[in-house]
Design a binder for this molecule. Structure first.
Ligand code: GTP
Ligand code: MG
Length: 202
C-alpha cells in the first residue's frame, strides 16, 4: 500500500457526526499515551497529521483522515488513564463504544498496547469484549525502540500467555516504533489485504 495523500476531514464527538460511512475505515484504539496518533503519522508519513502529546488525553474526539481519497484512518481518544476525570472517561466509553459497535464500514480496529507495562486488565478485558462482539481487531505493541529485544519478547510472551487462557488463537500482532519505523510496511500490507477482501465482498 502506497500512501499518496492523507487529509484531515473532521473531528466528531459521536457517531452521528462522523463522515458518511461509504468508504472503508480502520481505527486506532488503546490507552491514553500508547501512541495512536503518532502511529497514524508514522504510517502515513505525514508527521503533523494527527496531534500527539507527551500528556495523556490529547485526542478527545473521533478524528477521520482520508487516505488516497479512498479510505479512512480513524484516531480515537485513549481509554483507561487513571488521571483522566470520571466525566471524560464516561464520554470516551460512550463515543468510542458506540463507534465500535455501530460503525458498519469499520474493517478492523488496531488495539495498541504499550509493552513496557505489565499486561493491563483494561487492555485484556477490552480485547475480550471485541472477541465476544465479533469485532475484527489486531494487536499492536508500540514504542519498541524503548525496549531491548529480550524484554520486548518477554512482554509479548506474557500477554500471549494471559490471552491464551481465554482464546484459542492469538490475534494478528504487529510490533511498531515511530522512531525506527518498525512495523510500517507490515501494517500497510495488512491494510491493503483488508481492503482487497472488502472490495471482493462488495
Ligand atoms: P491520547 O491521544 O492521549 O490517547 O494518546 P495517543 O495514544 O494518541 O499517544 P500519542 O501518539 O500522542 O503519543 C504519546 C507520546 O508517546 C508522545 O510523546 C509520542 O512522541 C510518544 N510516542 C508514540 N509512539 C512512540 C514510539 O514508537 N517511540 C517513542 N520513543 N515514542 C513514541
Ligand atoms: Mg492521540
Amino acid at each position: 500500500m502506497i500512501i499518496r495523500s492523507a487529509r484531515y476531514i473532521k473531528s466528531s464527538t459521536n457517531i452521528s457526526q462522523c463522515p458518511e460511512g461509504h468508504l472503508p475505515e480502520l481505527a486506532f484504539i488503546g490507552r491514553s499515551n500508547v501512541g495512536k496518533s503518532s502511529l497514524i503519522n508514522m504510517l502515513t508519513g505525514f508527521n503533523k497529521l494527527a496531534k500527539t502529546s507527551g500528556d495523556p488525553g490529547k485526542t478527545r474526539t473521533i478524528n477521520h483522515f482520508l487516505i488516497n481519497d479512498d479510505w479512512y484512518l480513524v484516531d480515537l481518544p485513549g481509554y483507561g488513564y487513571a488521571k483522566v476525570a470520571a466525566k471524560q472517561r464516561e464520554d470516551w466509553t460512550k463515543a468510542s463504544g458506540e463507534y465500535i459497535m455501530k460503525r458498519e464500514n469499520l474493517l478492523c480496529l488496531f488495539v495498541l498496547v504499550d509493552p513496557r507495562h505489565k499486561p493491563q486488565k483494561s487492555d485484556i478485558k477490552f480485547m475480550e469484549f471485541l472477541g465476544m462482539s465479533q469485532i475484527p481487531f489486531t494487536r499492536v505493541f508500540t514504542k519498541s525502540d524503548k525496549m531491548s529485544r529480550d524484554s520486548l519478547a518477554r512482554s509479548v510472551r506474557e500477554y500471549d500467555a494471559i490471552m491464551l487462557m481465554n482464546w484459542e488463537s492469538l490475534p494478528v500482532t504487529f510490533i511498531t516504533s515511530t522512531v525506527t519505523k518498525a512495523g510500517r510496511m507490515d501494517i500497510l500490507d495488512f491494510i491493503e489485504e483488508s481492503m482487497n477482501n472488502f472490495s471482493k465482498q462488495e
